[in-house]
Design a protein around this ligand. Structure first.
Ligand code: BG6
Ligand code: MG
Length: 218
């Protein structure tokens, strides 16, 4: 039976994916690098450095320039999340977190972001998250399974008894590599590899979802 739930943050609990996009767009514009919303899709869920590498493509930059660009993007992002409040939780998230807590299931965050902790605080959901796995927790980013395995280990739950909620292809890949159940949030083209695909957490109930996963396990 499922004993642990691991949530990605950006694009699952709140729509900071949009703020990440805007911060990258601003940096790309400053640098004269071609970038748009469509190109941004490939950055969903991947680390800050890996994102920048995709944006710069074949252009050559020194390590110092790369670090400066990561720093600038992060400053734009940090400024934009300053005003985040509980109203920025995506539809259905709070009710779902409450149901899980009620059911006695443990929860972890599995976010690639180094800014995850302040975002969780601002969203007002710290009491619903038992363990925080973020951009500081492990070396290898998604699609490696490390971050989700870190979460399961901290929770003391067998990976096979964990379910991951993710909006990114790299995150679904990481969850499957960790031997966990995967619930994809978003279009099938992006998260279709997941065991269950949902458009959002709105009107999703833990008892139903748990039943569905138990059914699939048979
Ligand atoms: C992920 C986001 O959660 O965190 C990515 O989906 C982001 O878009 C990554 O690049 C790293 O975040 P940060 O805040 O450490 O730059
Ligand atoms: Mg995400």
């Amino acid at each position: 039976d499922i004993q642990g739930v691991i949530f990605d943050l950006d694009g699952v609990l709140t729509d900071t994916a949009e703020y990440h996009y805007r911060a990258w767009q601003r940096l790309a514009d400053e640098e004269g690098l071609p970038f748009d919303r469509e190109a941004n899709e490939a950055l969903r869920g991947i680390s800050r450095r890996a994102s920048l590498m995709k944006i710069i493509g074949d252009r050559v930059y020194s390590e110092a320039q790369i670090e400066d660009m990561m720093e600038r993007k992060n400053q734009y992002y940090v400024d934009s999340i300053d005003a985040i409040s509980p109203t920025d939780l995506l539809p259905g998230v709070l009710d779902f977190l409450k149901e899980i807590k009620q059911a006695g299931v443990k929860t972890a965050l599995g976010s690639a972001s180094k800014n995850a902790r302040p975002v969780i605080e601002k969203l007002g959901i710290a009491e619903y998250i038992d363990v925080i796995g973020d951009g500081h927790s492990v070396e290898r980013p998604k699609p490696a399974p490390d971050l989700f395995l870190f979460g399961a280990n901290e929770l003391g739950v067998d990976p096979a008894a964990c379910v991951v909620f993710e909006d990114a292809a790299a995150g679904i890949e990481a969850a499957l590599a960790a031997g966990m159940w995967a619930v994809g949030l978003g279009p099938v083209e992006r998260v279709g590899e997941a065991h269950v695909v949902l458009s959002s957490l709105e009107n999703v109930h833990w008892a139903d979802l748990r039943g569905k996963l138990q059914q699939l396990a048979k």
